[in-house]
Design a protein around this ligand. Structure first.
Ligand code: NAD
Length: 456
C-alpha cells in the first residue's frame, strides 16, 4: 500500500513586501488586485484547517497560497494528472511552473508559512483519502480535483470515460470519505456555469435553485434543470446530484460554486517569487477564451473566434476565485441545510466583443473559424451573483489595465509557445469535425521576430 508522504519544509520566516510594482496607468482594479501583499488578513477567530484537492492546478495553486496567506492551515492534495495530460498532449504551461515541492518550499521562504503537499488520487485511492481526512481533521475540504477541460472531455471515447470516472468517482469518494472518517468537514466544490446551459432559464440564471410551478399549480423551488454542453459539464451536473443526495442522506455540509471562465495568471501571492508562478494554458483543449485571446494578441497572431463569436459567457478573475473560496470557507452551511449554491462570476460578455476589445488594443486581426463545439451560435446570458457580493465580494471586471499583467507574462515566456497547439484539437461530434477539417494547426505562424525568439 502506498504511504502518505507529507512534505514538511524548513522554516525561514521573514517579512517582505510585494514585488509587483503598479504602473502609472494602473486602474483602480489593478491597484485593488496587487495592493494586497502576503500576510493580508489577520482575524484569528476564522482561521481554519483546509485540505485543497487539486491544489497544484490553475485555480487550486493560487487559492492555496491565498488561503495560507489569510492564516488558514493548508494541505494540498493532487495526483499531478494535469501535468501528465500536458505530456500526453505534447504541450506545456506557457509559464514554467515548478514542482509542488519547490513551490511549497518557495512559499515557506517568502511567507514563513507552511503548505504541505500530498500526492494522492482522489478518484482511485479511497483508503488513503479516508486516512488523510481522519488524520488531518480539516474544517473544510475544497474540491478542485477534476478534469476540467470541456474540449479534452470531448476528444475521444477514452477521454470521455476518463473524465466521467475521474470527476464523478472523485466526488463520490469525497462524500463517502467524509462520512467514513466521521469528520464534520465542510465540502466546497467547484462547479461550472455550464451546468445551467446558457440562457435556458428565460431570464436571470438564479443561484442554483429556481422557482417553478409544478403541474397542479403547486409552487416549488428546485435545483435548476441541468443543461450540460459537454461530457465535462455533464460530470458537474452529476456531481450536483451527488451533493444533493449526500446532504439529504448524511447531512453533509456542502457548498457548490458554479464558476465562470477564469482569466488572469498571477495573484498577489504567486507574483512574490518566480517559483510561485501559476500555470497558463494556451492550447486548444485547455486554453480558456480570454487568456487565449490575450496570449494570441501578445504573440502577434490572429485571435481565433469560434463560429460567430455570439456565445455569451460568464467570467471571473483568478484573484476573485481565491477570494470566493475564502468567503465560502468562512460561511459554511449548518448540518441539515440544503446544498448551498453560489454563482461565482463577476460579469458576462459576448465572445466576439471580447475579441474586438483585445484586438482594439493591439494590431492583431480577428479570424472567425468553424466552431468545434455543438452549441447555439448566439445566446444571451444574465446571471445572478448577489450572494458573493452580499458577503463582501467586489468583483474585478474585465478591465484592460489587468490585461497588461497577462500580456507581460506571455511576452516574458513566449519562447515556450508552440503555435501549432493553439487551434482547436477536439470536436464535439462527426459533423463538427467535418466542418472544422479546413482548420490547419500550422496556419498560425509567429511573426518573424517572435519565431526567432522561439527558436533561440
Ligand atoms: N479554469 C476555469 O476557467 C474553470 C471555470 C469553471 C470551473 N472550474 C473548475 O475549477 C476546478 C479547478 O480548475 P482548474 O482550472 O484549476 O483545473 P486544473 O486542471 O488546472 O487543476 C485541477 C487539478 O486537479 C488535479 N486532479 C485532477 N484529478 C485528480 C484526482 N483524481 N486526484 C487528485 N488530483 C486530481 C490535477 O492534477 C490538477 O492539478 C475544476 O473542477 C474546474 O472544473 C474551472
Amino acid at each position: 500500500m502506498k504511504l502518505l508522504i507529507f512534505l514538511s519544509l524548513v522554516t525561514s520566516a521573514h517579512s517582505f513586501v510585494p514585488v509587483l510594482h503598479l504602473s502609472a496607468q494602473s486602474t483602480p482594479s489593478r491597484t485593488k488586485l496587487f495592493a494586497e501583499g502576503a500576510n493580508g488578513d489577520s482575524s484569528a477567530a476564522s482561521k481554519k484547517k483546509v485540505i485543497v484537492l487539486g491544489g497544484d492546478g490553475f485555480c487550486g495553486w493560487p487559492t492555496s497560497l491565498y488561503l495560507s496567506d489569510q492564516g488558514h492551515e493548508v494541505v494540498i492534495v493532487d495526483n499531478l494528472s494535469r501535468r501528465n495530460i500536458d505530456i500526453e498532449l505534447g504541450c506545456d504551461s506557457l509559464t514554467p511552473i515548478r514542482s509542488p515541492e519547490v513551490r511549497c518550499q518557495a512559499w515557506k521562504e517568502v511567507s514563513g508559512k507552511e503548505i504541505r503537499f500530498v500526492n494522492l488520487d482522489v478518484a482511485k485511492e479511497y483508503d488513503l483519502l479516508v486516512d488523510l481526512i481522519k488524520q488531518e481533521k480539516p474544517d473544510s475540504i475544497v474540491h478542485f480535483a477534476e478534469q476540467r477541460a470541456a474540449p479534452y472531455s470531448m476528444k475521444s471515447a477514452k477521454t470521455k470515460r476518463y473524465t466521467v470516472d475521474n470527476n464523478v468517482g472523485g466526488s463520490n469518494n469525497l462524500c463517502c470519505a467524509v462520512i467514513d472518517s466521521e469528520v464534520d468537514a465542510h465540502i466546497i466544490h467547484l462547479g461550472t456555469m455550464g451546468v445551467y446551459g446558457y440562457g435556458t432559464s428565460g431570464g436571470e440564471i438564479p443561484e442554483g435553485y429556481i422557482d417553478v410551478t409544478l403541474p397542479g399549480g403547486r409552487d416549488a423551488n428546485i435545483l435548476h434543470p441541468a443543461h450540460p454542453g459537454s461530457v465535462y459539464h455533464a460530470t458537474k451536473c452529476l456531481d450536483a446530484l451527488l451533493w444533493q443526495f449526500y446532504q439529504k442522506n448524511d447531512q453533509l455540509r456542502i457548498t457548490d460554486l458554479h464558476q465562470g471562465i477564469v482569466w488572469g495568471t498571477n495573484t498577489p501571492q504567486t507574483a512574490l517569487d518566480e517559483r510561485l508562478i501559476n500555470r497558463f494554458d494556451y492550447d486548444g483543449d485547455y486554453g480558456t477564451v480570454l487568456n487565449r485571446f490575450l496570449m494570441q494578441a501578445a504573440m502577434g497572431v490572429p485571435l481565433t473566434v469560434y463560429g460567430t463569436g455570439g456565445q455569451t459567457r460568464a467570467f471571473i478573475h483568478i484573484s476573485d476565485t481565491a477570494r470566493c473560496i475564502d468567503l465560502a470557507i468562512s460561511n459554511p452551511p449548518t448540518a441539515g441545510d440544503r446544498v448551498e449554491i453560489f454563482n461565482q462570476v463577476a460579469e458576462t460578455r459576448r465572445v466576439r466583443d471580447i475579441a474586438e476589445l483585445v484586438a482594439s488594443m493591439t494590431d492583431v486581426e480577428v479570424n472567425f473559424i468553424p466552431n468545434p463545439r455543438q452549441e447555439a451560435a448566439e445566446n444571451d446570458l444574465d446571471v445572478a451573483n448577489r450572494k458573493f457580493c452580499n458577503l463582501g465580494l467586489d468583483p474585478i471586471t474585465l478591465d484592460t489595465g489587468l490585461f497588461d499583467e497577462v500580456t507581460e507574462i506571455v511576452k516574458k515566456y513566449k519562447s515556450r509557445c508552440d503555435p501549432t497547439k493553439i487551434l482547436p484539437a477536439s470536436f464535439w461530434n462527426k459533423k463538427r469535425a467535418e466542418e472544422c477539417a479546413s482548420i490547419d494547426p500550422k496556419s498560425i505562424q509567429l511573426k518573424k521576430d517572435e519565431a526567432e525568439v522561439a527558436k533561440a
